[in-house]
Design a protein around this ligand. Structure first.
Ligand SMILES: Nc1ncnc2c1ncn2[C@@H]1O[C@H](COP(=O)(O)OP(=O)(O)OP(=O)(O)O)[C@@H](O)[C@H]1O
Length: 274
């Protein structure tokens, strides 16, 4: 493990501003007439440089939709997004997404898979191999560049997916339940590694998860969304210093328990009202 210095992201400049974002989807009602369902309603929040902010809420509250909008894969019906005070529309090299499944190409080895991600992002050919190698090293797979996906464990495959996102050197990493398909032990290893990576690179991270322990453990702040339509209920501060102890040890810390209780109550508060 690399020694890491304590980091105070609460004093950092703003990296991402999401302002009044709303989004509806068209669907067919029982009478086959198209109808619009509002999935996100007037969502506003900011993330500071180097911060990890998790997004939690009941299933269907719009977490993935919000992450896809921030990643530029979906457009909002209204509202704006700014990265470093520049308005962004659509995808860009400043944001990279890590999904639940890494979707690696089975016929390419780890290095080629990461290079392929760079190719899709139109990064110049001459620098792809170097950047791909650097990213694989960053996720601890420096010795595995020649391995094919089927020769790698689920956790290692997800690391390749993470390397593919990191290789483009994004300003913001958008992670959509990236560890939820992994077994508990691998998941905890990757959570700890993500904290280390954040400490080393000071990457800004937006992290969607169902798992409240994961949200509290990783995050500086937790954004709680309520469903139907998805809206902001609270932004909860996690008052735990960095670097953080292992999840097992930190779970009994009063600050961890307090933050978890607040987040759980905020999620329920919305349920009680609807
Ligand atoms: N492309 C789409 N067309 C129509 N409806 C959609 C589309 N994408 C999402 N939805 C609807 O929007 C709502 C929010 O979905 P979303 O996946 O963002 O929620 P979520 O909070 O990430 O859910 P989960 O926690 O179960 O992953 C759901 O009701 C979903 O059916």
């Amino acid at each position: 493990m690399m020694p890491v210095t304590e980091q105070k992201s609460s004093e950092n400049p703003t990296k991402l501003v999401v302002e009044s974002v709303s989004r509806s989807f068209r669907s067919l009602a029982n009478n086959r007439r198209p109808q619009f369902t509002q999935v996100l309603n007037d969502i506003s929040f900011t993330i500071r440089a180097g911060e990890i902010v998790s997004v939690v809420g009941l299933s269907g509250c719009g977490k993935t939709t919000l992450l896809r909008i921030v990643g530029g894969l979906l457009s909002p019906d209204s509202g704006t997004l700014r990265v470093d005070d520049r308005e962004v529309k659509g995808p860009g090299l400043d944001r990279a997404i890590v999904f639940q499944q890494p979707s690696l190409l089975p016929w390419h080895n780890a290095l080629r898979n990461v290079e392929f991600g760079l190719e899709l992002k139109k990064v110049a050919k001459g620098v792809r191999a170097r950047k791909a190698r650097e990213a694989l090293r960053l996720v601890g797979l420096g010795d595995y560049e020649k391995y094919y996906p089927k020769q790698l464990s689920g956790g290692m495959q997800q690391r390749v997916g993470l390397a593919r996102a990191l290789a483009v050197e994004p300003e913001i990493l958008l992670m959509d339940e990236p560890f939820s398909a992994l077994d508990a032990q691998t998941r905890e290893e990757l959570q700890a590694e993500l904290l280390e990576l954040n400490a080393k690179t000071r990457k800004t991270i937006m992290f969607v998860t169902h798992d409240l322990d994961e949200a509290i453990y990783l995050s500086d702040r937790v954004l709680v969304l309520l469903p139907r339509p998805g809206r902001v209920q609270a932004m909860v501060e996690v008052d735990l210093p960095r670097p953080r102890a292992d999840l097992l040890d930190i779970k009994s810390d009063p600050a961890f328990i307090k933050a978890r209780d607040i987040v759980a109550r905020e999620i329920r508060a919305g349920g009680d009202r609807s």
